[in-house]
Design a protein around this ligand. Structure first.
Ligand code: IPE
Ligand code: IPE
Ligand code: MG
Length: 249
């Protein structure tokens, strides 16, 4: 599979909605948490798979704003798993030259989580390979709201005129800034929705949805998704003829 990829036409940024852990566990007659625990291998393979071929940015949706509404026991188990995984994996991130990053409302996370995350981010800050962003307590609407709030404040304080607002200025207020928009979004477990992920950034992203449940997701599934991306024509509102002309020129 890897040999079939065109390494000159890789997405710079891949975003993933890691879904299906609960169903994976249920199929084996186990509790949902069992699925979350078995999801770590998929995170590892996806990160290493991206780093290996030279993808620059990988953003993983690990916990949404709405996921706080799940049963308390599941939320607690997820938070604990997060802390222990970050602690265990930071060495591997270093070895693979991966820089860790976070988007979302950090204040919502338990103290131990915040601390572990901060430590891992600062330990890996000088790495120059893949940037791995974890979306934790993140949602697209939350992000857009806080961008709007910041801009309203700037206007109120007389630092900016409403007419001066451009897409670029708005983007500077998003927590993904200065990371480019994802070219490819992968969602596992077959759901055909965005679930409040990167609402602004996904405007022209290619969507790839697979039936594979997240704990079963491996390198070859990642490469299959990239291959599908490479077979698409990205038109950005233009016609196919225009796209082909600009390729020739
Ligand atoms: C994704 O798997 C992990 C999180 C959202 C934290 P789910 O837990 O949503 O699994 P399903 O969708 O119920 O199978
Ligand atoms: C999306 O999955 C959030 C994450 C993967 C973190 P959900 O399982 O929460 O999404 P819905 O509820 O099925 O839309
Ligand atoms: Mg789900």
């Amino acid at each position: 599979m890897k040999e079939r990829l065109d390494l000159h036409n890789l997405p710079r940024h891949i975003a993933v909605i890691m879904d299906g852990n609960g169903r994976w566990a249920k199929r084996q007659g186990a509790a949902r948490v069992f699925g979350h625990r078995n999801a770590i291998q998929a995170v590892r393979e996806t990160t290493e798979g991206c780093a290996e071929i030279g993808v620059q940015y990988l953003t993983l949706y690990a916990f949404s704003t709405e996921n706080w509404n799940r049963p308390k026991a599941e939320v607690n188990a997820l938070m604990e798993l997060l802390v222990s995984t970050i602690r265990k994996e930071v060495g591997t991130l270093q070895k693979n030259n991966v820089k860790l990053n976070h988007i979302g409302n950090l204040d919502d996370l338990p103290g131990s989580c915040q601390k572990q995350l901060h430590e891992a981010i600062s330990q890996t800050q000088h790495n120059t390979g893949l940037t791995l962003t974890l979306a934790l307590s993140y949602s697209g609407r939350w992000e857009i709201m806080q961008a709007a709030r910041n801009l309203m404040k700037a206007v109120q304080e007389g630092k900016m005129a409403p007419e001066a607002l451009t897409q670029e200025l708005f983007e500077q207020q998003l927590c993904t800034h200065p990371i480019p928009d994802p070219e490819l979004l992968i969602r596992t477990s077959g759901e055909m929705r965005i679930s409040n992920f990167l609402l602004w950034q996904l405007a022209y992203t290619e969507l790839y949805i697979t039936e594979v449940l997240w704990p079963d997701f491996r390198r070859e599934h990642l490469y299959e998704a990239i291959l599908s991306y490479q077979q698409r024509e990205r038109r950005f509102g233009k016609t196919s003829e225009q796209i082909n002309l600009s390729k020739q020129g």
